[in-house]
Design a protein around this ligand. Sequence first.
Ligand code: FAD
Ligand code: SF4
Length: 490
Amino acid sequence: MDYKEYLASERKQEWREELRKSKKSKERTDIPRVHMNELPPAYRITNNEEVNQGLNIEQAQTEAARCLDCPDPLCITGCPVQINIPKFIKNIERGEILEAARTLKETSALPAVCGRVCPQEKQCESKCFYIQKLKKPAVAIGYLERFAADFERESGRISVPVIKESNGIKIAVVGSGPAGLSFAGDMAKNGYSVTVFEALHEIGGVLKYGIPEFRLPNSIVDVEIDNLKKMGVEFITDCIIGKTLSYEDLHEMGFKGIFVASGAGLPRFMGIPGENLIGVMSSNEYLTRVNLMHAASEDSDTPVIKGKHVAIIGGGNTAMDSVRTARRLGAERAMLVYRRSEEEMPARLEEIKHAKEEGIEFLTLHNPIEYIGDERGRVKQMKLQKMELGEPDASGRRSPVAIPGAIETIDIDEVVVSVGVSPNPLIPNSIQGLQVSKWGTIIVNQETMKSDLPDLYAGGDIVRGGATVILAMGDGRRAAAAMHASFSQK
Ligand code: FAD
Ligand code: SF4
């Protein structure tokens, strides 16, 4: 049975048919989209508590009733891991929330994470019948995903998957971000002995060191990691593959398959004057020090600067996380400097909305051209070039063009540069014979995620450059399926 046939047969189940008939379509489409419960802005900028508070059961079931259980559910085509969206939503509507959570886990290893950070408005929700045909707000698929995953976790009845008998084959995973974690889970289920090597002292990759608590609490990620530990996955932290242990060492240790999920954590700078002044840093450094090294705490040995006038350069999720962090650390002026207009910003809409509510200043159509320091080498001003939008560029977005002579100078005491990342170069540089693109990403077969080395697979940002959590997770799952198939053939 292919996936379409499977979806159709699930949809024909008696309980689904009865539920569909229980309300007229008009009754469903008249229900307004639910609003997420949020902490008030004035309170949330004083702390790191999660801004979104989740839906209660009544809100979730009412929202679930909006879903029309479409015969050809396009929402699924917008989900990179093809979650059976109508099935999980209809389970919420009928009150079988644990069943909804199980449905999510059929295809997604980290639903509580994805329900919080996936750009749903560009993925599943963008394809929803409501948007496509009714011109109404989409069913809140992401909120419902988060609701079901949280309900399961809070109920204490998290389902640990059935693990096949051990086959004695040792598998190494390099990196513990979403790609590595989802790969590890799928391989453990199939009876492999999986060890994850992580360079940092914390497990979770960007989920821990990048995305702040106010968007994704560490406790949510820890539950998923504990689950993997219960499934027998071993984690070794503070171990850099390519330095602490080499590819050859892993072979000598008996690892028969290796999945590289080392991410894209190498910050880019703009190459403009003054970028090496004190007080100018990358968002990677800024967020890692705050999130992982507690550098914002008073008793930190290596405290981070808490600027009063802070400029964050960029318009993506990382820039948004940095500027909202700066605000929480006491910035009176927390400014986002972006060379295009707000329409072109790659950050999620929800993050833009939250940032505005928190008093973040948006200096769109501005581009820094120089940072100016004081006599002690500390940044004190930035020169901004004003821009206007020209013709669309290769990315399809209208490209920013400098307005001649339109330059302004602004006082600042801290700059966080967040203009993109490159793949971590250590693994591509340290493994001989591994094919690497000119951007430094590992080249793999897109279906199997296998490199041209017989035992090495790779996925996530090290293959895609900076992408998303769900795409990294999907890569991990595809690599696990292909590696398992290859061992099964042998
Ligand atoms: P990572 O999560 O980067 O994990 C790689 C891990 O490998 C790291 O822990 C690293 O320490 C480790 N490692 C590297 N080299 C080695 C080595 N040689 N040996 C051992 N370990 C090694 N995506 C979304 O979908 N939604 C969002 O809202 C979102 N917000 C983001 C906010 C920020 C601040 C950032 C930085 C990214 C965000 N992203 C978001 C992108 C998303 O987090 C990444 O695409 C995703 O984490 C990539 O997963 P990964 O497993 O490939 O790599
Ligand atoms: Fe429900 Fe929208 Fe998906 Fe249709 S497209 S099944 S209405 S979520």
